[in-house]
Design a binder for this molecule. Structure first.
Ligand code: OAD
Length: 235
């Protein structure tokens, strides 16, 4: 079976009702993403940053995985250990669709981290600058367990090893402008993988892919997965 690495971005959750970052209304209350998603923003205005992530966390129970998430769960069931899902998304829709081999390279909304003792724990309610860490008891240090601009994404060693080993790399719903995720395609290709983009519109790094399938993820991911499972070539 083909060793397969899938990279997902905000576009796969768009049809579940979660706003993407860079589409038309990608601004949040007049802020650019870079202005709320940085360590500097958290140091200067923690209440603004908490509010942004609290809103996004509160939305999670209101949204459901869509047909594209469910198709990837089916692909994992078929491929087992030959499957790895790397997501830039901080929502939990892949897990709720049934995927288990998931690496959240940009962290997770449903987790919090103490900036003093680094303890990571589940987070299902709002965070505030006054919260106290349940382990070290220090106040004020809890942050969403999200990777911000200027910070090192999680799991990179495992991701690069999987890309080097992959027969197939598929990027779904990502604009191809945020690094290092945007160069995973070239890395996988250099190591011999076939590379496919599935996106609403051509991504910034579209030329790096062997094949582009353009249109909504819910329309294109399920048939792509069926073709992968049945071994027939793409149209
Ligand atoms: P973006 O908002 O930059 O891009 C979303 C992509 O999804 C675009 O290329 C859209 O064309 C595509 N898209 C939109 N709707 C779609 C649909 N229904 N089906 C398929 N594709 C669709 O989101 P990301 O590329 O995920 O980082 O952004 C990368 C990172 O930038 C995020 O993880 C986040 C952000 O700043 C951090 O927070 C660290």
């Amino acid at each position: 079976m083909k060793k397969t690495v899938i990279l997902t971005g905000a576009g796969i959750s768009a049809e579940s009702g979660i706003r993407t970052f860079r589409d038309k209304n990608g601004l949040w209350e007049g802020h650019r993403m870079e202005e709320v998603a940085t360590p500097g923003a958290f140091a200067n205005k923690p209440e603004v940053v908490h509010r942004f992530y609290n809103q996004r966390r509160a939305q999670l129970p209101e949204v459901e995985p869509n047909a594209a998430h469910r198709a990837l769960a089916k692909l994992e069931q078929h491929l087992g250990d030959d499957f790895l899902l790397v997501t830039q998304n901080v929502d939990n829709l892949h897990e709720r669709a049934g995927n288990t081999r998931v690496l959240h390279m940009h962290g997770e909304l449903a987790k919090k981290r103490c900036t003093s003792c680094e303890y990571v724990s589940e987070c299902t309610t709002d965070l505030a600058a006054t919260n106290i860490c349940e382990r070290c008891k220090r106040p004020g240090g809890l942050r969403p367990d999200i990777v911000w601009f200027g910070e090192m994404p999680y799991h990179l060693d495992r991701i690069y090893r999987a890309l080097e080993d992959a027969d197939l790399f598929v990027a779904i719903g990502t604009s191809g402008v945020v690094y290092p995720a945007a160069q995973f395609v070239s890395h996988a290709k250099q190591h011999g993988a076939q590379t496919v983009e599935i996106n609403l519109e051509a991504a910034a790094n579209s030329a790096d892919f062997d094949e582009s399938i353009l249109g909504p993820a819910t329309e294109n991911v399920p048939p792509f997965v069926e073709r992968s499972i049945n071994g027939s070539p793409s149209p």
